[in-house]
Design a protein around this ligand. Structure first.
Ligand code: NAI
Length: 560
């Protein structure tokens, strides 16, 4: 007999990740897994490429035993000895999943496969061929037997592996792997970070403090000027832990221990022992400058001061501190625990050791850091601004909110531009638009009615109304009142959505070329990766620059 034994260790994750590369498990996995753990559970793993913990793998029947990590080899030996006698004997008792009513009869199985197909189509919008093909392969393996299953697997893998989608996904995988080797600026080793302070306990500050406690496991002071803000920052951190608890990513005593690492405070007491300060207070330059000067006077000279600003110049923020060379940007994306990108901003004259401390710490937090120059909007927000502003101009031309969003979600973006603006906050988006307009001039023309929505108190998701109506945080229908408020008339029916998508994607391509020219990031690879990790730009397209390369320069220029 063959047995699979797993060590009960946090790092152990088990799954079949092939669909993430645009193929499917083709070395027996698609055929054997459903026979081992049942069709429904197998499809859940195969179609998503997700991984499960050692304990979950054991519960699913993927492993025959869950052994303590500390004595793993001894335990394996005992297990082997105990099972030697049963050589060629029966398999260890497993719950018999195949006995499940649904999976045993052909009609039940048909329902199961139909549901899987429907759900997969909803989630992939038909953009990812591999999961759909996997459902078919699993079906063949169950209905026609293992030999037919193996044969179907081999054929499917051969066909999928040569598709553009698979090549793009493999390309993105390589980008991610290569990014892991990046170390930041040349000429400075990162300093050790054993204690952190976060300034501001708002949406971002609370999220960052939680992340430091959860991922780095070191003490983190969270300072605000408002006691209520501190309480809500702590509540926010607790909420994120709670979600991880419910998903069994962490256990209760550990949550307690990690939460106790977060120290809410109104004062700078203890700041002299802090190695890294991450500022996430209000987006106002004079306030940030004052706070940086204060912080510099309460910290040691080696302490690195980082700002999470999304639109202000890092050099300007640091200008009031006695040692501006230790100031860098550490730009997280919202929601902090979910978005994998951190833009690390190195202003002119920054100490490479300070920048690399931020870079290394971002990685320790489980994020992918990308080095970005200190230019307006940095990289991701700058590109996004050209995309969402074009959407506003399309609205101005008479297009409908839902048509613009659908054009982009069909294209593969997780959110359309209007829904995204609602999420970001219309007031925030408008403010950043003005800042970038001031920086880029006529290259970023803004519609004349831009300020009107936020002046009416329509701030997007957080205020319960924006381009859409909301029920709590849940997005409902587009709000037709928006057109009247802006003096617009939606008059274009059934637009060509592929053309609409081009209109919105191409300005980003154009601006991406400028960013590369200005060395905002080091390479098209960095640009593509940052956009994928910071905005959910569709990985199956391989990245913005790669997509542009596939179109070809003559096509792009003509379309622009
Ligand atoms: P927020 O308004 O939710 O929180 C700001 C917090 O800073 C408030 O609790 C306020 O009491 C506190 N504060 C104000 N002055 C302070 C001072 N002198 N010392 C200590 N705390 C002070 O703001 P949010 O959204 O968390 O943004 C914070 C920063 O993060 C801004 O620079 C923003 O541009 C940036 N950012 C925001 C993102 C977002 O999606 N909300 C995304 C990425 C960056």
């Amino acid at each position: 007999s063959t047995y699979r034994l797993v060590a009960n260790r946090k790092e152990v994750r088990i799954g079949l990740p092939e669909v993430r590369l645009g193929i499917l498990p083709g070395w027996g996995g698609s055929t054997r897994l459903p026979r081992t753990i049942g069709i429904a559970e197998a499809l859940d793993l195969i179609l998503t490429g997700k991984t499960v913990s050692a304990r979950r793998a054991w519960k699913l029947g993927l492993a025959d035993a869950l052994l303590p990590d500390a004595r793993f080899l001894d335990e394996v030996r005992s297990f082997a000895l105990a099972h030697l006698d049963r050589r060629g004997g029966e398999e260890p008792a497993r719950p018999d999943f195949k006995e499940l009513l649904l999976e045993r009869n052909p009609l039940g199985r048909k329902i199961l496969f139909d549901q899987a197909r429907k759900k997969t189509l909803e989630q992939t919008r038909g953009q990812y061929p591999a999961p759909l093909r996997a459902i078919e392969v699993v079906r063949v393996g169950i209905e026609d037997g293992p030999r037919a299953g193996f044969d179907a697997e081999a054929r499917a893998v051969a066909e999928l592996a040569t598709s553009r989608t698979a090549k793009n996904l493999l390309h993105v995988f390589k980008l991610t792997e290569e990014a892991k080797k990046e170390k930041g600026l040349p000429g400075g080793e990162p300093r050790p970070v054993a204690s952190v302070a976060v300034l501001g306990a708002g949406v971002m500050g609370g999220g960052i403090a939680q992340l430091v406690a959860a991922e780095a496991g070191i003490p983190v002071r969270m300072k605000d000027v408002d006691e209520k803000a501190l309480a809500s920052g702590m509540a926010h951190a607790a909420q994120v832990f709670d979600r991880a608890l419910r998903r069994r990513r962490i256990e209760r005593p550990e949550v307690k221990r990690r939460m106790s690492l977060i120290l809410p405070t109104l004062s700078y007491a203890g700041f002299e022992r802090v190695d890294l300060v991450i500022e996430a207070i209000v987006e106002k330059l004079p306030v940030k400058q004052q706070v940086f000067a204060e912080t510099a006077s309460h910290t040691a000279e080696r302490t690195v001061l980082a700002s999470n600003t999304s639109s202000l110049s890092i050099a300007a923020i640091g200008a009031t501190t006695p040692h501006p060379e230790r100031v860098a940007g550490m730009h997280f994306f919202n929601p902090v625990h979910r978005m994998p990108l951190v833009e690390v901003i190195a202003p002119e004259g920054a100490d490479p050791a300070a920048v690399n401390t931020v870079f290394a710490f971002a990685r320790r937090l489980g994020k992918t850091p990308v080095l970005v120059r200190d230019t307006p909007g940095f990289l991701v927000n700058r590109l996004l601004m050209f995309y969402s502003t074009e959407a506003l101009w399309l609205l101005d031309e008479g297009h409908r909110i839902e048509d613009l969003d659908r054009a982009m979600t069909d294209w593969g973006m997780p959110l359309g531009p209007m829904a995204l603006t609602d999420e970001v906050g219309i007031d925030v988006a408008v403010k950043v638009a003005h800042i970038l307009r001031d920086a880029f001039g006529q290259r970023l023309p803004l519609p004349p009615w831009l300020d009107r929505l936020s002046l009416e108190g329509r701030l997007g998701t957080k205020s319960g109304s924006g381009f859409y109506r909301y029920d709590g945080r849940e997005r409902k229908d587009p709000d037709p009142a928006v057109y009247g408020l802006l003096g617009l008339e939606p008059k274009i029916d059934r637009p060509d959505t592929a053309r609409l998508a081009d209109r919105m994607v191409l300005p980003m391509v154009n601006e991406a070329a400028r960013c590369l020219d200005e060395k905002v990031v080091a390479s098209p690879a960095d640009l593509d990766l940052a956009l994928i990790l910071g905005t959910g730009f569709p990985p199956f397209r391989g990245g913005l620059c790669r997509w542009a390369d596939h179109q070809g320069l003559p096509t792009l220029v003509a379309a622009l």
